[in-house]
Design a protein. Structure first.
Length: 210
């Protein structure tokens, strides 16, 4: 089955999905995986966050509203600088219809600038007991899945990182709850049906007889 082959979806917004989200795998625990760039074989922790990310304007405002909780976790050099680029890009795929991009520092998203791995937004929510939904950008929560117009797809850089070449859950199973949270349970109902269709078409593995 081709990576980019589509399966139709019975959903009002998303009408198709890449079949590969139901078969491609991902490490079960990102924080325990030592990320490696596949082209250079160089270790680069949190590699998927190296370019920063697009942030819906409502998410940007939610992050800034939590600035007093997030800022103390960041390295002093970035605590009081601008966290987002100034240019606003219009994008109809996002709820606000527009996005800004997080700043990057030392070849990574600014929110990686703290003393542990992972996103400082997510870390702040865990340590301080608040809900990161609506604050941590949805595009980050969904990775390595993405979406465009009427399609659920896989991010372009998916195969660049070593986390996808280890045994683990499928991309769909590891992001299923997030898909429901971001887009609603109706999408997961449609995706469950598409998953069943894809898995039923896979070659059956015969039991090994000793």
């Amino acid at each position: 089955m081709e990576l980019e082959s589509f399966i139709p979806l019975a959903h009002p917004r998303f009408t198709q999905v890449w079949a590969a989200i139901f078969t491609e795998k991902l490490t079960p625990d990102c924080m325990e995986h030592q990320c490696t760039m596949m082209d250079t074989h160089k270790v680069k922790l949190d590699a998927c966050c190296q370019y920063g990310c697009d942030v819906d304007l409502a998410e940007r405002d939610a992050i800034l509203a939590k600035a007093d909780q997030i800022r103390p976790l960041l390295k002093p050099a970035v605590q009081n600088r601008e966290w987002f680029e100034s240019e606003v890009e219009h994008d109809a795929d996002y709820p606000s219809g527009a996005v800004v991009r997080t700043q990057t520092v030392d070849d990574g998203c600014l929110f990686l600038q703290h003393d542990l791995r992972g996103c400082a937004i997510h870390r702040a929510s865990i340590e301080q007991g608040w809900d990161f939904r609506g604050v941590k950008p949805a595009i980050c929560r969904l990775f390595p899945l993405s979406y465009e117009e009427d399609s659920i797809v896989i991010a372009d850089e998916y195969k660049d990182y070593s986390c996808v070449f280890v045994e683990g859950p499928t991309l769909y199973r590891i992001t299923r709850d997030t898909l429901a949270d971001v887009f609603g349970p109706e999408l997961v109902t449609a995706l469950d049906a598409a998953e069943a269709q894809v898995l039923a078409a896979l070659p059956k593995k015969l039991p090994v007889v000793g």
